[in-house]
Design a protein around this ligand. Structure first.
Ligand code: HEM
Ligand code: HEM
Length: 193
């Protein structure tokens, strides 16, 4: 499947921004009551808001583009036909794993696409909960809601870590098995496949 230049550019920006957010969260310090925000904390907030913008563009493009992974493949949960394909593809993966083999690569395969959709939801939940927390700090959201958003942000943060490690790990495994999907996905400029 050919991926458009815009899909590849938005994916590269998203991967960069999310990895940045996760790494900075490891070293930044949350200010105490009345204390000024540190540089890394401000960086996490600012790049977090930019990430929200990149995500909005990614979602809009995913919904309007043609001849690429369809939204129904990323979110198969409400279609019985898609769910049947997902079960069959999961069986194919399990059978390959039982033989200690990597399943043959198929573009927009049901299982991979469904996992990509879940990753997109986790990252979106993370950015939205961070945004809600920030609105609370700016006095634009009730204190109780902002505190709940902080808890949710921590939960989504762990999900995004798990997704990034699993997703990038699978991409590297496929690369080692001889399918250069990383090269295809991160190739900038027009063209690509
Ligand atoms: C996709 C984008 C984002 C990711 C992946 C992300 C990830 C994380 C992670 C992993 C943590 C550490 C949580 C923990 O202590 O266990 C964190 C903390 C934090 N993030 Fe984000 N973040 C994102 C966007 C944002 C945005 C948009 C804001 C606000 C403008 C924000 C504000 C904060 C704050 C204030 C904390 C410290 C409070 C806390 O522990 O929850 N983040 N973030
Ligand atoms: C947390 C940040 C990331 C998110 C939210 C994300 C999300 C996605 C999504 C939604 C797709 C499917 C795109 C489509 O079918 O149109 C995708 C594909 C892909 N991503 Fe990521 N990605 C992230 C980071 C990365 C990183 C760091 C790598 C590099 C190792 C990577 C490598 C790939 C590859 C190779 C594909 C194509 C997979 C295939 O053809 O089946 N991604 N990603």
């Amino acid at each position: 499947m050919r991926r458009s230049w815009l899909t590849r550019a938005l994916h590269a920006l998203l991967a960069l921004a999310v990895t940045h957010q996760l790494l900075v969260s490891l070293v930044m310090e949350e200010p105490e009551e009345g204390e000024a925000e540190g540089l890394l904390f401000e960086l996490h907030e600012t790049v977090g808001l930019v990430t929200l913008g990149i995500l909005l563009a990614f979602w809009l493009w995913t919904l309007v583009r043609r001849d690429e992974t369809p939204p129904g493949a990323l979110f198969p949960w409400l279609s019985s036909a898609r769910l049947r394909e997902l079960v069959a593809d999961t069986g194919r993966h399990l059978a390959a794993l039982a033989r200690l083999r990597l399943p043959e690569y198929r573009p927009a395969a049901p299982l991979a696409a469904a996992v990509h959709g879940l990753g997109l939801l986790a990252v979106t939940g993370s950015a939205l909960s961070g945004f809600a927390w920030w609105l609370g700090e700016e006095g634009l959201l009730a204190h109780g809601l902002a505190e709940a958003a902080e808890e949710v942000h921590e939960l989504f943060g762990s999900l995004v870590w798990a997704y990034l490690v699993g997703h990038a790990g699978m991409a590297v495994l496929h690369r080692l098995a001889g399918h250069d999907e990383i090269g295809a996905m991160f190739r900038l400029g027009p063209g690509g496949r």
